[in-house]
Design a protein around this ligand. Structure first.
Ligand code: ADP
Ligand code: MG
Length: 704
């Protein structure tokens, strides 16, 4: 293994010519630039093109910026006090340009030498019909600059304080110009295998850095950026794959070696429907993964209504066939209860002990559950986080399903691990599809399965947008649906910061709905987050059992709830909801065989973003498409659970705009890792050395 040799890039920034202690301190404080390397990593905001020299006669009122070259023929100071200014004439073969200074006159005057040739750049204007540039940039013309600069001039991000110290965006460029010639190819060592560079025609790392800062042309700049973007994705993908590989190796997992009687009996005799192709595929993926002897950590993405529950059940039966207990953790009591009821119903003719444990489970029942878990008579425990957080002990927990939460954190996972000698397999299920590119980056170290097929016979939900002014007609529509025997949800937004306010909104809404649907002809359930759990359950249950026609609710109803007879979803103030939330809400209907509707009510005034969201909702039912749009609208940093992940800290690359490059990077990372996981082949050593040098960032026991 190669030891890192000191590089000039590690030099303290104050040692750079033109910096010194004072500016050095400012650069550290203001931009976090401590070393030459930090400066090199300070990327330009944009470039100014001074590669062309134009004739003065080419200046028209439409010209914005121009670079010209000519002889300085006359310099004079005119005017008094505030009107005082210095005016010079620059002459080339085609005409005369006036140069004007209002400030720093004394200093500029000392610098200028009439009779000499200058290269001049600036924003043009016209004064008394003559072209002029105020406060131009100028320098003596040299043989090298006769035809303009040989590179585009970089402008860097800076701060007000630095500007005050003569370090504006272009002056930082001067520092960069002092730095780059001191740096050799060895200092910016290649980290991508040569064969990949060749196949993709990417420039070397060294060249990319040079051309990122001082590109000879726009094309050269684009090539530099492309190379560095690819590098970001590629390195991230290699890391993720190594992490996943390492996890597979290190974690011992329970081996589910056989498909046994419980699974087979259920499959043959109790499955209420034919599984979709996607369901079968995912069960197969999980079965193979749990048979390998490493611990499975899998994210299952399936759109709302794609039938994840039955997949979870079959896997839990697989666990039971292999002598293991399972748990199913739901995000809310309502959902836990519903899962419990549903699974109990499905398993009613099977010898499988199943129990429910939530925050409101009574002491006596807890004791019974504790015993059943320890003696192994309970094979499946359904519940809320109480399962994880409490001191719940299992005899032999082998499989844990986490429903509707892709944010199942490391800490929670660790808690689950403590419940068994060998860490249980974990299946995290989410109905909030994660855009593919995001899954590849933020969750790339997990294994994941996708269910992108709905059970047959579902009618697509029709989604429409209505302004609040038309609420009455919406209520008429609900009335018609109720007359057909259907049920409806009416959802109110619950904004965390002003909970009391929206609580009032909800109450008002409830009263309003009641006036449209008076008792005894109609009955209404209401559920909200402030209700005691018991009351919530009762009200929910009344809706589930069709004792009520309408469910007025906040978003507590959002995830998972399954009432197939409900055919209308009205979302009040829909502009206040995010796309994925709207999609989740809409997923509460369209679960039966009847035609379903989602009506998005909004105020008349809508922001552009809100209008776009509503438009997308009306245009598609596909959660994966919606997730992509959500990512485009909000940007990766705003998507649930990814803020702190750090996996998305790309400097140049964007998972929204550079999808193709990400795919390519993933492909090549897989190629390399699958053929040489230790990165020991000589073409891969530069990559290995780079990863080692980036210590602390790679979980890779083999080389650390
Ligand atoms: P989700 O993926 O949103 O959790 P569920 O598991 O709640 O979906 O399933 C939604 C509904 O679809 C349930 O009523 C379930 O019984 C039904 N379902 C699931 N799989 C199938 C299938 N293959 N064929 C028909 N209906 C199915
Ligand atoms: Mg579900």
């Amino acid at each position: 293994m190669q030891t890192a040799r000191p590089s000039i890039l590690d030099s303290p920034i104050e040692y750079l010519k033109g910096v010194g202690p004072l500016r050095g301190d400012m650069l550290k404080k203001e931009l976090g630039i401590f070393s030459f390397r930090d400066l090199l990593e300070h990327f330009p905001l944009r470039h100014i093109d001074k590669t062309q020299v134009s004739p003065i006669a080419a200046i028209t009122p439409a010209t914005e910026f121009i670079q010209v070259a000519g002889v300085l023929v006359q310099v004079e100071t005119i005017g008094e006090k505030y009107g005082k200014r210095m005016v010079a004439q620059l002459k080339d073969k085609t005409g005369v340009l006036e140069l004007v200074w209002f400030q720093g006159i004394n200093w500029v005057q000392k610098m200028l030498e009439p009779g000499k040739e200058y290269l001049v750049f600036g924003r043009t204007g016209f004064f008394n019909g003559r072209p002029q540039i105020t406060h131009p940039e100028l320098e003596l013309l040299s043989a090298q600059t006769m035809d303009g600069k040989s590179f585009l001039e970089p402008v860097y991000p800076t701060t007000e304080k630095l500007k005050a110290r003569s370090l504006n965006g272009r002056q930082i460029g001067k520092l960069m110009a002092a730095l780059l010639p001191q740096i050799s190819e060895r200092d910016i060592a290649e980290n991508i295998p040569e064969s990949i560079l060749q196949q993709l025609q990417l420039v070397s790392r060294y060249k990319a850095y040079c051309n990122l800062h001082f590109p000879p042309s726009v094309d050269a700049y684009d090539k530099a950026v492309e190379r560095l973007k690819f590098e970001e994705f590629f390195i991230a993908q290699v890391r993720l794959q190594l992490t996943r590989l390492e996890r597979h190796k290190q974690s011992r997992g329970v081996v589910f070696e056989k498909v046994g009687d419980l699974f087979n009996d259920f499959y043959a005799n109790h499955l209420p429907f034919e599984l979709t192709g996607a369901q079968k595929r995912v069960i197969r993926e999980i079965r193979l993964d749990t048979a390998k002897g490493h611990q499975m950590n899998r994210l299952l993405q399936g759109d709302v209504g794609s039938g994840k529950t039955i997949v979870a059940l079959l896997c839990m039966l697989l666990a039971a066939d292999n002598g293991c207990q399972s748990c199913l953790v739901a995000p809310t009591e309502i959902l836990a209860q519903q899962h419990y009821n549903g699974l109990q119903e499905l398993l009613k003719e099977m010898p499988v002990g199943i129990k429910l444990l939530t925050g409101s489970t009574k002491k006596k029942e807890r004791k019974i559950i504790a015993e059943g878990l320890m003696d192994g008579s309970i094979l499946i425990l359904v519940g809320t986080h109480a399962i994880i957080e409490d001191t719940v002990q299992f005899k032999n927990l082998g499989f844990a399903v986490i429903d509707e939460q892709h944010r199942f954190g490391v800490a929670q996972r660790a808690q689950l691990w403590k419940k068994a000698d060998i860490p249980p397999h974990i299946l995290v299920m989410t109905a909030t599809p994660i855009p593919r590119t995001l899954a590849m980056t933020a969750y790339g170290d997990l294994d994941y399965s996708i269910m992108d097929e709905l059970p047959p016979g579902r009618q697509p939900i029709t989604t429409v947008h209505r302004f609040e002014t038309r609420r009455a007609s919406v209520m008429d529509f609900i009335r018609d649906e109720i007359a057909k025997g259907r049920q409806a949800y009416i959802i109110y937004p619950l904004i965390e910061e002003s909970e009391s306010l929206s609580y009032e909104d909800l109450m008002q809404g409830y009263e309003q709905v009641k006036s449209y649907f008076p008792e005894p002809a109609y009955s209404i359930s209401m559920v909200h987050g402030r209700m005691p759990a018991e009351q919530k359950d009762t009200n929910m249950q009344r809706f589930v059992t069709h004792n009520t026609n309408i469910m007025v609710s906040t978003t507590v109803i959002e995830v998972g709830v399954n009432v197939p007879n409900a055919s209308v979803m009205v979302v009040e103030s829909a502009e206040k909801f995010g796309l994925s939330q709207l999609h989740q809400l809409r997923g509460r209907v369209g679960r039966g065989s009847e035609k379903s509707y989602c009506i998005l009510l909004t105020g008349v005034k809508l922001s552009n973003d809100a209008r776009e969201r509503i438009k997308i909702m009306c245009a598609t039912n596909d959660g994966f498409v919606i997730a992509e749009k959500d990512l485009e609208l909000r940007g990766p940093g705003e998507i649930d659970g990814t803020k702190q992940s750090g996996a998305l800290n790309f400097r140049l690359a964007s998972i929204v705009n550079d999808k193709g490059l990400l795919d390519t990077a993933k492909y090549f990372a897989e190629q390399i890792i699958s053929s040489d996981e230790g990165l020991d082949a000589s073409p891969n050593l530069p990559l290995k050395n780079y990863l080692i040098a980036q210590k602390g960032k790679t979980v890779w026991s083999k080389i650390s």
